[in-house]
Design a binder for this molecule. Structure first.
Ligand code: ASP
Length: 305
């Protein structure tokens, strides 16, 4: 089977000055994931490597550089899902895990449950050999400054212009036909402590089913949750499309239907990346911009905003 990889770095009103950094971050993540897939490696390793790269880049809202909550703290969520077994590993409300996707993977591989939150999740991380960091180590200068402005004044988008943000995601198919999807986020800025959005929830921010395809979402979590968008997208990938569309055209149609549902029924904005079961990539967003990248048939990296 031909391997395939797609990543995203968040859908929002990305300002001009952040465009290059977002594209660069997507290229870097594709490079990390593709190295693995192109040499015959596993989709799980590829999505993990791509997401770790995106989490470590403060240009994105995941891991280091995540948005701060209303108390000035980072609280991260992440998930990875296996299309073959429908098993996932998810973690929410993390304050001391540098790479939340690594904990999500440990939960997927080593935990009898599929989702852990807060202290329990961090305890499990420690038991599985994931070194915890200090909460402050996840706070970037730009996010701290934005937080101060939000606390002095009303929380406003302008405070965040010129500093960059965006949930991250990846979907990969490997040469053996294994399909994995993953999402990692710091959530929304100034959220209440304890708030969990769509990102780590199976079917909302992420879903994978080898019989249909894999999806990672981004955007206003409360709206994405209402329509269970990732599951909606995968279900649509598994059905014949309008006019008998197939391949990339069909994936595109699915993305568009989801955006229409997100706007009309969810009353929100966001975006998603998709791979169908053959590895055809697609993406859609109803925000001004979304950072995304995928590997074309020729093996070249295509990135866009
Ligand atoms: N979906 C994320 C959340 O609501 C945020 C984002 O994608 O920008 O937590």
């Amino acid at each position: 089977m031909k391997p395939s990889l797609i990543v995203h770095g968040g859908a929002w009103d990305i300002p001009d000055e952040a465009v290059d950094a977002c594209k660069q971050g997507c290229i870097q993540a594709l490079g990390e994931g593709w190295k693995i897939l192109a040499s015959g490696g596993a989709a799980l390793d590829a999505v993990e490597a791509a997401i770790v790269s995106l989490e470590n880049d403060p240009v994105f809202d995941a891991g280091f550089g995540s948005h701060l909550n209303a108390e000035g703290k980072v609280e991260c969520d992440a998930i990875v899902m296996d299309g073959a077994t429908l098993r996932a590993g998810a973690a929410a409300g993390l304050q001391r895990v540098k790479n939340p996707i690594q904990l999500a993977r440990a939960i997927y591989e080593k935990c009898p449950h599929m989702m852990l939150a807060g202290e329990g999740a961090e305890k499990f991380a420690r038991e599985k050999g994931i070194v915890l960091c200090k909460p402050e180590e996840l706070v970037s200068e730009a996010e701290w400054e934005a937080y101060l402005k939000c606390s002095e004044d009303e929380h406003a988008a302008e405070h965040h212009r010129g500093h960059e943000q965006g949930t991250v995601g990846a979907v990969a198919l490997d040469k053996d036909g294994r399909l994995f999807a993953a999402t990692s986020t710091g959530g929304t800025c100034c959220k209440l402590p304890g708030r969990v959005g769509d990102s780590p929830l199976i079917g909302c921010g992420c879903y994978a089913d080898s019989l249909a395809g894999g999806v990672s979402c981004t955007g206003y979590g409360e709206a994405i949750m209402k329509i269970v968008m990732a599951k909606m997208a995968v279900d649509l990938l598994g059905r014949p499309q309008q006019g008998g569309a197939s391949g990339t055209e069909s994936v595109k149609q699915v993305g568009q239907i989801c955006m229409q549902q997100l706007a009309e029924r969810g009353r929100g904005t966001g975006g998603l990346i998709l791979l169908d079961k053959e590895g055809n990539p697609g993406f859609a967003f109803n925000t001004p911009r979304m950072a995304y990248g995928y590997v074309a048939d020729s093996g070249t990296f295509v990135v866009g905003i």
